[in-house]
Design a protein around this ligand. Structure first.
Ligand code: 9MR
Length: 365
């Protein structure tokens, strides 16, 4: 198995993130600096249209984030809207922003059951042509060769509720066309097109202590075991970590054990999509902010006690632009913003920001 040393992985980013140019722009160092001091990464997902249209947002992203990821613009629906017609404008704009602000970028995601273009959803189940998978990967991995800190090759491939004996997601155009083999085919195609960028498997809903999370963890670990046994070039694990402060239970022991189990495979771990839904919380936003911050502190203290954990990316930076406020399961029906990210809707640092900063400060490199 190809492995990567954590220090090598972070060396360049630590130097960049600690640059004094990013200090004291809005009341002290940004999270990128607080993270980098202890050789960890902090970053955020972004949308290039918001970076362009909202200078305050662009400023906050430059100040706080050491690594960026496109929230939607590196997905297949955005990148190949019509067959053979590629659009790289959104991803390129984010990469340019990252270069201008000495930030890293990661790629998300080559293969997912969601965010696929309609033409592919119509064609793949009929043709079952493997080139619909491999040609795309060759194209995008080739275009961004060597430019990303890591690439999510496959995303969200586990769903025990689908009934597969190994817990695989079967309700997916990829599984329907190829069975489990699409996963390793994707990794090999990515490795061929981009020999050096660390290739990640990104998965969701692993961290909770309610009964439904356990089969998800078991299936994820079993899948990683199978892939590594078959010499699939899997080099890192993305743990999305969309937490739900008032809907799920969490325990330090459960999170700690799972992180140890992943680390035992020799894989580095990145918290890739952290946020904390506040739906069903008390009416008083201050009380919700406290609960969100407390859960953040608990989760990241456990995560950063592990050497394998490279850092944390939040799924958005400010409540002004959060998928939580747009998603029926998480949004407030009265129209108020969800408060699950480090900055509020007016770019002020919230208790969650303070919790994150102190977790980065405490974390041991
Ligand atoms: O937050 C993203 C939302 O804006 C997009 O509409 C959606 C489909 O592209 O994807 C959301 O991001 C998801 C991520 O890619 C994978 N994990 C779950 C995220 C939230 O749904």
């Amino acid at each position: 198995m190809l492995n990567i040393d954590r220090r090598t992985f972070l060396a360049m980013s630590a130097a960049l993130c600690a640059s004094p140019a990013w200090s004291a722009q809005s009341g002290g160092d940004g999270l990128r600096v607080r993270a980098a001091r202890n050789h960890r990464l902090y970053g955020t997902s972004v949308d290039s249209r918001n970076l362009k249209a909202d200078p305050r947002f662009a400023q906050a992203v430059a100040t706080e984030a050491g690594i960026l990821v496109a929230e939607s613009e590196t997905k297949r629906k955005a990148m190949e809207p019509a067959k053979g017609q590629y659009y790289f404008g959104g991803t390129d704009a984010i990469l340019n922003f990252a270069h201008s602000n000495t930030q890293l970028m990661r790629g998300h995601t080559m293969v997912w059951h969601e965010a696929n273009p309609a033409w592919l959803e119509a064609e793949l189940p009929v043709s079952k042509d493997e080139r619909l998978l491999t040609d795309y990967i060759a194209k995008v991995a080739g275009r961004y060769k060597g430019q990303f800190q890591s690439w999510d090759v496959v995303n969200e491939v586990i769903e025990p509720k689908d009934g597969h004996p190994l817990g695989l997601r079967t309700n997916s155009i990829w599984y329907e066309a190829f069975g489990e083999s699409y996963i390793e085919t994707a990794f090999h195609a990515a490795r061929e097109a981009d020999p050096k960028t660390p290739l990640f498997y990104n998965e969701t809903n692993l961290e909770g202590d309610d009964a439904w999370f356990e089969p998800r963890r078991t299936a994820t670990l079993k899948l990683i075991e199978r892939l590594l046994a078959r010499n699939v070039p899997l080099q890192g694990f993305g743990m999305q970590s969309h937490l739900k402060a008032f809907r799920s239970k969490y325990s330090e022991a459960v999170i700690s054990k799972f992180l140890d189990e992943i680390a035992a495979f020799g894989l580095p771990i990145l918290i890739t999509e952290f946020d904390v839904a506040d739906i069903r919380g008390p009416a008083d936003p201050a009380q919700r902010d406290t609960a969100v911050a407390d859960l953040t502190r608990m989760f990241l203290d456990v995560a950063f006690s592990k050497k394998a954990v490279l850092g944390c990316i939040t799924w958005g930076l400010t409540d002004k632009y959060s998928w939580l406020s747009l998603t029926p399961a998480y949004k407030w029906s009265d129209g108020q913003l969800s408060r699950g990210l480090p900055l509020d809707g007016d770019f002020n640092r919230k208790p969650m920001w303070t919790a994150m900063a102190s977790c980065f400060d405490k974390s041991q490199a």
